[in-house]
Unconditional design. Structure first.
Length: 204
């Protein structure tokens, strides 16, 4: 029998600690690399992509670099295996910026969607920087995309280099307003091409 101590004072006797269950494992599914690419698309049933096994999926963005200044990174879903990326969605977005010179701003709203089938931006307007040392990073979570009962919620947190040399931190959330399964997701710039890696994981 072991003696449990807290701050060097005896608390109680115990034979064993109870086990702590895992909160959910993260399983790698697919990595796509852009190199002067217009789009990157993850399609269920293609190249090992699977949107039916897990209740939550996470996309990670690593050193996404646009070809030109003044664009934004965006995504959309599909209900027909990628033939069309036009799922209706409602969303909200806010963020903060802080410059290398010390000025900053909190708020930056106005880039949410209201029952729109257009692409959802993950940056706060057309302000991505394309300098050689500038890039975009972050993640996007989509919940239960295979459901035929509920809308599909999404949450994103991103960080990037603003074209005016600001650090920009943006929060985006919303839902695909459909009870049909979302079976493909596409990422692209508002215009032009980009480089970088996008990885897809399933959360058990």
């Amino acid at each position: 029998m072991a003696l449990i101590k807290l701050n060097n004072k005896a608390v109680s006797n115990a034979t064993a600690f109870g086990s702590i269950s895992s909160l959910g494992s993260m399983t790698f599914i697919k990595k796509l690399t852009a190199s002067g690419s217009s789009t990157l698309s993850f399609v269920d049933g293609s190249g090992g992509v699977d949107f039916s096994t897990y209740k939550e999926y996470v996309f990670t963005f690593k050193d996404i670099h646009p070809a030109t200044d003044g664009v934004f990174f965006q995504f959309n879903g599909s209900l027909d295996s990628g033939s069309n990326y036009n799922v209706v969605k409602t969303s909200t977005q806010f963020g903060a910026i802080h410059s290398e010179g010390g000025s900053g701003e909190l708020g930056r709203t106005g880039y949410g969607l209201a029952q729109s089938s257009g692409f959802q931006g993950l940056t706060n307007g057309e302000d991505l920087g394309a300098d050689n040392d500038q890039s975009f990073t972050g993640s996007l979570n989509i919940f239960n995309p295979n459901s035929n009962t509920f809308v599909k919620h999404f949450i994103s947190t991103t960080q990037y280099s603003h074209l005016a040399n600001y650090s920009a931190n943006i929060y985006t959330a919303g839902y695909f307003n459909t009870t049909s399964a979302v079976d493909a997701v596409r990422f692209e710039m508002s215009s032009g091409t980009f480089d970088g890696d996008i990885c897809l994981y399933g959360i058990a």
